[in-house]
Design a protein around this ligand. Structure first.
Ligand code: ADP
Ligand code: MG
Length: 302
């Protein structure tokens, strides 16, 4: 578990991180979302021990992260300005990683070769940007990390490559229980992969949510009743916890704060002729959960 508490990082008096707190639970895929300049990279560099905090604390499995070699050996990262020694080949880079990461697995590296059809003997500067990113993943996953820390990892990648990168990451999560912290300026990019989301702006965390519990408890229903019923029955209106309601012909689209099962049970006595429960996208969940409030968050995610 990564716990960041009241973290402050200043650059010439400017508070890039302004007392931010967040928790990345073990085994979660935590999406850190915020606009450019929010402080995502600064936060990640602090977690990786590249920057020293000016206030507050960071612990990884209860151990302060700063200058702790044991903790660092369990973290693999892909920073946004990540670069290889460009004249090296992939193979040479691998040997370098082997020297730095005690858990580096040659076996894993060989196995992952199938996922990356890139010639190991090639100099890294001769690879395209997207291929370099793949190499970064290849090496990071070969270090057998407990924590994978990714700063806008799919920025600039085409959709095929993006899927490849996510699927590798998710495999690692499923097989090894790797904890992932991944940043993006775009909530939509993280939609399919994250189970926790933190929204940040101006060096602060605006909100933090466990999506799995949200997704189970907010649902979009499409409901229709027998002919002649043009308004939602008053009693039903009271019984359902409605976040949003619209009507198209005879079909009501209702966003409710219930599980699908709960909602169906409430609806049953009203004899609907149609009930369809549709899961919400991450974006919709935030919009409806926040209601009319929190314009700052809405501006960031929409
Ligand atoms: P993000 O990754 O969310 O786009 P950053 O963490 O890169 O944001 O930057 C947050 C703020 O801190 C920005 O205003 C940026 O200009 C400032 N900043 C980041 N790194 C430095 C630095 N090394 N020196 C001075 N200012 C910095
Ligand atoms: Mg950044």
């Amino acid at each position: 578990m990564i716990v960041v508490k009241d973290l402050v990082k200043t650059f010439d008096g400017f508070r890039a991180l302004d007392g931010i707190s967040l928790t990345v639970p073990t085994g979660s895929v935590y999406g850190l979302v915020g606009p450019n300049g929010a402080g995502k990279s600064t936060l990640i560099r602090n977690i990786l021990g590249i920057y020293k905090e000016d206030g507050g604390s960071i612990t990884i499995d209860n151990i302060p992260a700063w200058e702790n070699e044991d903790v660092k050996a369990r973290l693999a990262s892909i920073p946004d300005d990540w670069f290889f020694f460009l004249n090296s080949t992939i193979k040479e880079m691998k040997d370098f990683y082997k020297g730095v990461y005690p858990n580096f697995s040659e076996e894993r590296y060989e196995k992952l070769k199938e996922a990356f059809p890139i010639d190991e003997k090639k100099q890294i500067r001769h690879l395209s940007k997207g291929m370099q990113k793949q190499v970064a993943f290849w090496l990071a996953l070969s270090t057998m990390p407990d924590y994978l820390i990714l700063d806008e990892p799919v920025d600039g990648l085409d959709p095929v490559m993006r899927r490849q990168v996510w699927s590798l990451m998710m495999n690692d999560v499923a097989e090894r229980g790797t904890t992932v912290l991944v940043s993006s300026h775009n909530l939509r990019e993280l939609e399919d992969v994250c189970d926790h989301v933190g929204i940040m702006n101006k060096g602060k965390l605006l909100l933090e949510r466990d999506l799995s519990s949200l997704q189970d408890n907010i649902i979009k229903l499409q409901v229709a009743f027998e002919e002649g019923v043009t308004e939602l029955p008053e009693a039903l209106n009271k019984e359902l916890s409605i976040l949003h309601l619209s009507k198209h012909g005879r079909v009501f689209t209702i966003i409710v704060h219930h599980s699908a099962k709960e909602a169906e049970e409430i609806l049953k006595p009203y004899n609907p002729i149609l009930v369809d429960a549709i899961p919400l996208t991450m974006e919709e969940i935030f919009v409806y959960e926040l209601g009319g409030e929190n314009y700052e968050v809405k501006e960031i995610i929409l």
